[in-house]
Design a protein around this ligand. Structure first.
Ligand SMILES: Cc1ncc(COP(=O)(O)O)c(C=O)c1O
Length: 351
């Protein structure tokens, strides 16, 4: 079976016959330079992060996020990863009573969350291989993902804003927007400034990818305070653990890390993309974020197996995205040395 998510190093190691730490993971799109905080030192200084209950309302983190985005803290709700908040969003879609439109291919966890509240799903396919958006004529619910996973495309907000009038409830998942540099291109496309005006809008963000906190789990929603207060009442009171809350507050202050990541990404993405383009049979899709979607003329299944078993390299086979089948894989952008390892292995296995 093709996994629906990347990043399962343990499971990959069983198949590759090696230790989990020997797997070179290109399947989950995590910044290779993080986290920017010395967690060992933090725990020695603040052992209560392990021994005490977390603040159920996470006010320190909410205040830091509020400052970061220029919104009031009660318009923000941290979650145990953005994935946890998808669950409560799905419960709101269920209350809305009707189908939710997903732009296909879509991040697999949307379906998991919607299925758990028995929300009907309407799939609207993108054009492939351009990955242009389909027509979005209006309806009850809509989930948009910008930048889009798995293509890496960034859509211009101005061309999408009308959906807020055309759909009763809209989720915009901006889990990868931090990787798009500068006020000019990245945050200008964010829907966050529209939240105050549209109570039917929820924006979702993640700190797990940019700050390498995927294991600790941390994301947040920005939406009307009434909606977020309802979600807080529904869930486990300590959903966001104390270490995650503290780390979230600390990473937001790491401006140097942010700038270094963005500068590195521009250069490394161009390097990796060109190197892949030079391998006959492989075509990378232009990306605005820290992963590349790659089309292959030969079966990905056999390339993936060889990479895993001979080189202990894990890539994301896109077969679980129904529209993409066995013709696409996704890779994260890693350090130059790791990228070289991948390129050499691909050259050996792609025929
Ligand atoms: C588009 C998208 N949204 C949300 C998430 C979930 O992020 P988190 O790790 O914060 O739960 C992911 C994770 O891969 C993702 O790709």
């Amino acid at each position: 079976m093709i996994p629906r998510h990347g990043g399962n190093r343990y499971q990959a190691s069983l198949r590759a016959g090696c230790a989990p730490e020997e797997i070179l993971d290109f399947s989950a799109s995590i910044n290779p330079f993080g986290p920017p905080i010395d967690v060992g030192e933090l725990l020695r200084r603040e052992p209560e992060l392990l021994t005490d209950y977390p603040d159920p309302e996470a006010w320190e983190l909410r205040n830091a996020l509020a400052k970061h985005h220029g919104v009031d803290p009660d318009w923000i709700l941290p979650g145990n990863g953005a994935a946890e908040l998808l669950t409560w969003m799905a419960r709101d879609f269920n209350r809305q009573g009707g189908a939710v439109t997903l732009v296909d291919p879509a991040f697999a966890d949307y379906e998991r969350a919607l299925d758990s509240f028995e929300v009907p799903i309407l799939r609207q396919p993108m054009t492939i291989p351009e990955f242009d958006l389909p027509a979005l004529p209006g309806g009850i619910g809509l989930i948009l993902n910008n930048p889009h996973n798995p293509s890496g495309r960034l859509f211009v907000r101005k061309q999408l804003e009308s959906v807020l009038e055309d759909y009763d409830l809209v989720l915009v998942d901006e889990a990868f927007l931090d990787f798009v540099p500068g006020q000019e291109t990245g945050e200008t496309e964010s829907f966050i400034p529209l939240v105050a005006q549209y109570p039917n809008l929820v924006v979702l963000r993640s700190l797990t990818k940019f700050y390498s906190l995927a294991g600790i789990r941390l994301g947040y929603a920005i939406a009307h305070p009434d909606r977020l207060a309802r979600w807080q009442a529904w869930r486990d009171p300590w959903a966001v653990n104390a270490l995650a809350q503290r780390l979230g507050t600390l990473v937001l202050a790491q401006d140097d890390f942010r700038l270094k990541t963005l500068a590195w990404l521009q250069e490394e993405r161009a390097f990796l993309s060109t190197a892949i383009e030079n391998i006959e049979g492989l075509t990378p899709f232009p990306s605005t974020v820290n992963f590349l979607l790659v089309h292959s003329n030969s079966s990905i299944h056999s390339i993936k197996e060889k990479l895993l078993k001979r080189d202990h390299i894990l890539i994301r086979h896109c077969g679980s995205f129904e529209l993409l089948g066995d013709a696409y894989f996704r890779i994260s952008i890693r350090t130059r040395a790791h990228n070289h390892q991948l390129i050499d292995a691909l050259k050996a296995h792609v025929s």
